[in-house]
Design a protein. Structure first.
Length: 265
């Protein structure tokens, strides 16, 4: 590829990424207020009220135990929602055709949508972490970050994974109701059964084995390991599995774009 072609590709990639990031930053009340309000309720009901009855899990207050899971829920939900909505909205209003006819490569298009959606997930996850840090520090103890490198690595990988899955969802959806079904009735139940509010050690051996088939378990445990330095699943194995899933999902995105699946009539 010539220098001019690389310049055009980079310019198009940066332009599309910037447009997608600005799209959700322009409406902060729609982007950031709902997850913050929802998590205030989670922390209040599950963390404070229920936490007083539960006590501690793995030697830490219950509210601190559930913090990583709530961060994962906010991060992956917003990554998925941003990518799926952006792709489907572009299809619905037919302005995605302008992207498809640009000199930007299909790989560049996919990565622009994926990175912008992952950015939203990371921002929301960071806000939830800050909210939890403030509440937990005020009521109980300072929030530790025992393995910051693992914490950052897991957050980056899971947001990229669900952003890439969101691209697939946006291509598969036939109407806006499909997006709601994907997020509310598939994604969120997987998170809630991903050991967010309970320890795997509390399950029977059969249920524990079944739970290990849920990728959310590896995400929640990985982020929990980043904060607390303890995990019920080997964090290196978890990170390897999630990284492999991300590579596969992004590859599927690129193949679907090249084939024009869901993009052309």
């Amino acid at each position: 590829m010539s220098g001019d072609a690389r310049s055009i590709d980079l310019t198009g990639f940066l332009t599309l990424t910037k447009r997608e990031v600005r799209r959700f930053l322009r409406r902060p009340t729609n982007t950031f207020a709902p997850p913050l309000i929802t998590n205030v309720l989670y922390f209040s009901v599950f963390g404070v009220i229920l936490g007083e009855r539960v006590g501690t899990i793995t030697g830490v207050p219950y509210i601190l135990f559930i913090l990583p899971g709530l961060i994962v829920l906010g991060a992956v939900s917003n990554s998925f929602e941003n990518a799926s909505f952006s792709i489907f909205h572009g299809r619905w209003n037919e302005y995605i055709h302008e992207v498809l006819t640009s000199p930007l490569s299909y790989t560049g298009m996919v990565w622009a949508y994926v990175l912008s959606a992952a950015t939203r997930g990371l921002l929301v996850g960071g806000l939830i972490a800050a909210l939890g840090w403030g509440i937990i520090s005020a009521l109980y103890q300072p929030v530790p970050v025992e393995e910051p490198a693992y914490l950052l690595a897991f957050l980056v990988v899971i947001t990229l994974l669900f952003a890439s899955l969101g691209v697939i969802g946006g291509l598969l959806a036939n109407d806006f109701d499909d997006l709601t079904v994907m997020n509310q009735f598939i994604l969120r139940p997987l998170v809630f059964f991903g050991a967010v509010f309970y320890s795997l050690d509390d399950l029977t051996p059969l249920l524990r084995d079944v739970s290990l088939m849920n990728p959310m378990v590896y995400m929640v445990n990985g982020v929990r390991y980043g904060f607390l330095g303890v995990a019920e699943v080997d964090p290196r194995f978890s990170l390897a599995v999630l990284t492999g899933m991300t590579v596969v999902a992004v590859t599927i995105d690129i193949v679907l774009f090249k084939r024009g699946y869901g993009l052309t009539d």
